[in-house]
Every structure is written in structure tokens, then in C-alpha cells.
Design a protein around this ligand. Structure first.
Ligand code: PMV
Length: 330
């Protein structure tokens, strides 16, 4: 009753920001993302009759409180599916800082969903796994499959049509890169769950966000299929800015940008003036991610690394599917 899984994180090119159902994690809009090959979570799960409660460790530390509750609730969904009530030991490791805007919850809940279902004796389809992962963290639904995925918002109340579908596999666009610039690894103050609920409730710009999202989905989907950075980049960049505008206009304001983030975004704009095709995106944290092509990647990485306050940069390509592996963490 033990299994280990590895899943890549993903960064949205059309963002998810807002839920229509808080409990089932059903979004107000569909979203599209790219999985990242260099950022992943490895998770081992073992169900055992000798345990009196779930025991959870992340990055070597026992976790308690809200964080542990979220993992236990997720294990509860798996137990319920199987009609089993054994507790589990869970160990999870990220190869990057968690909760700093690098989508750690995406890879974490994707790896947990796969490892826990395998450990309890289920072989779920990709669609079923995406639905399960979604209930841990919305963006996790997009980390079950590699390459590029669209999380369809669905219309059903039970969420059975709200899952991610692969637009194109890892191998589809060999030249595309995403450079992750790590500006600070402090955990963010406002978690996305609370932040998006507040934004939906009171940002005057939220309606405008929803009105433009369908068009963005169409552009991003087709530009990935056509492998056109020239069409993808500007649309993804503007989509991120629109999402951040809804965050900044909610009360109290949510501002994930740090001075270093602004400097990096301006540097990317300057790169374009210098004739380099580079476009930024940002999520619920200070890090800036830069979309570009292989030919320019090294040049862009050098310029980005030279900026003040940059802790490190990680050059990523599209990632592979989440998968089980032999070697466990315990
Ligand atoms: O799934 P969550 O709760 O981690 O929310 C993700 C929200 C953003 O990263 C800001 C956007 C996205 O689509 O990933």
C-alpha cells in the first residue's frame, strides 16, 4: 500500500483567478498552462493499519495545522472513493521553494493524487486524476499531464466536466522556454485561495477580466498549436497584467509585486526594444517568469541574472506527464 509519484509544476499562460464553487474548486474561467520540466514535487504515500492519524512531512519537516488539514482532506477523498479508512504516512519533497509563487501546490497535489490513488490500489484515468487533483488545488488539475494543458471550467454542479485536457504534449514545441527568475523565496502573505475569493467579491475590474478571458484562451490555444511566440507572448503577458489588476483593485489590496519584480518586468520590456522576443508572466508571488525561444534563452538568462536582487534563475522547457517511480522517499 505504498507508492511514489513525481509531478511537474505548471505556469498559467491564461490564468485561473476566482472560483464558482469553493468546496469543489470549480473556476469561473478556463485556463491554459505550460508544465515546467525543472520544477517538480516527489511524494511517497503509504496507507497503514498501524497509524492512528495521517503523518505528513514536507521538505523534511512535519507539518501541522491548516497545511496538514488540507493534505488529510485530500487523502480523505481517496479513502472515500475506495471505502477504506486507513491513515497514511506522506512525505513530499519539492526541488524548489514552496508557496513563493512557483506553483508548488500544483505539483504537490498532482503528485499526492497519483501516489495516494496508486497506494490505495486504484488506477485512475488522466481525467479522473485531474478531477481529484483539482480538489486539492485548482492549478494541480493542469499538472497531471505534461506539455500544455487547458483546464476547462465546466458547467456541471458536481464538477465532473471541470478537468484539464492536454492541448499539446511535451515534445510539441521543442524551442519554447520559460525562464523562472527567483527574486525572493519568502512564503507569500496572501494565499491564492483567500486572495481570489476576495477579488471575486469586491474588485470592480473582475467583470472585465471575465469578459476578455475567452478571447485570450482562443489566442493562447491556437498560438501554442501554431508554435507562434509572436502571438502567444503578448497575449500571455497582458493576461497576467489583467489578473494582477483585479488583485490590486480589491480591498484590502493584494499586491504580489516587489520592487525587483517591477524591475524585471521593465527589463523584459527593454529586451523587446532591443529586438529580443521575451514576454513576462507572474502569479501569486513576486517571481517573474519569462517566455522566450531557445535561441535567445542564454542571452535573456544572462541579462536577467545581472539584475539586482535576483536569487537565481531556472531555465525550463515543457515538462512530462506526472508518473509513478520506484524509488520512494522512505
Ligand atoms: O491553484 P491555486 O490555488 O494555487 O491558484 C493558482 C492561481 C494562479 O497561480 C495565480 C493562476 C494559475 O492559473 O495558476
Amino acid at each position: 500500500m505504498k507508492s511514489t509519484a513525481i509531478a511537474n509544476s505548471n505556469i498559467a499562460l491564461v490564468k485561473y483567478w476566482g472560483k464558482r464553487d469553493e468546496k469543489l474548486i470549480l473556476p469561473t474561467n478556463s485556463s491554459i498552462s505550460m508544465t515546467l520540466d525543472k520544477l517538480h514535487t516527489t511524494t511517497t504515500v503509504e496507507f497503514s493499519p498501524s497509524l492512528k492519524e495521517d503523518q505528513i512531512k514536507i521538505d523534511g519537516k512535519k507539518i501541522l495545522g491548516e497545511e496538514a488539514k488540507r493534505v488529510s482532506q485530500h487523502l480523505g477523498l481517496v479513502r472515500k472513493m475506495k471505502g477504506e479508512n486507513l491513515f497514511a504516512r506522506v512525505e513530499s519533497e519539492n526541488n524548489f521553494p514552496k508557496a513563493a509563487g512557483l506553483a508548488s501546490s500544483a505539483s504537490a497535489f498532482a503528485a499526492l493524487s497519483l501516489a495516494a490513488t496508486k497506494a490505495i490500489g486504484f488506477a485512475l484515468s488522466r481525467r479522473e486524476l485531474s478531477i481529484l487533483a483539482r480538489q486539492g488545488s485548482g492549478s494541480a488539475s493542469r499538472s497531471i499531464q505534461g506539455g500544455y494543458n487547458e483546464w476547462m471550467k465546466g458547467t456541471k454542479e458536481d464538477g465532473s466536466d471541470s478537468y484539464s485536457k492536454q492541448i499539446a504534449p511535451q515534445s510539441h514545441w521543442q524551442e519554447l522556454r520559460m525562464l523562472v527568475t527567483v527574486l525572493t523565496t519568502k512564503e507569500k502573505k496572501v494565499k491564492s485561495r483567500a486572495g481570489m475569493a476576495q477579488t471575486v467579491a469586491n474588485s470592480p475590474l473582475y467583470k472585465a477580466w471575465l469578459e476578455t478571458v475567452e478571447k485570450d484562451l482562443e489566442t493562447v490555444r491556437s498560438s501554442i498549436l501554431e508554435k507562434s511566440l509572436f502571438r502567444l507572448g503578448p497575449c500571455a503577458e497582458l493576461n497576467a497584467l489583467k489578473m494582477h489588476s483585479t488583485m490590486m483593485t480589491t480591498q484590502p489590496h493584494i499586491m504580489y509585486w516587489e520592487p525587483e519584480s517591477i524591475a524585471m518586468m521593465k527589463e523584459v520590456m527593454q529586451m523587446r526594444e532591443d529586438g529580443i522576443s521575451a514576454y513576462f508572466t507572474m502569479d501569486g508571488g513576486p517571481q517573474v517568469k519569462i517566455l522566450c525561444l531557445e535561441n535567445d534563452a542564454k542571452k535573456i538568462q544572462k541579462r536577467a541574472s545581472e539584475l539586482k536582487g535576483v536569487e537565481k534563475t531556472i531555465l525550463c522547457s515543457a515538462g512530462e506527464d506526472a508518473k509513478t517511480i520506484e524509488k520512494g522517499l522512505f
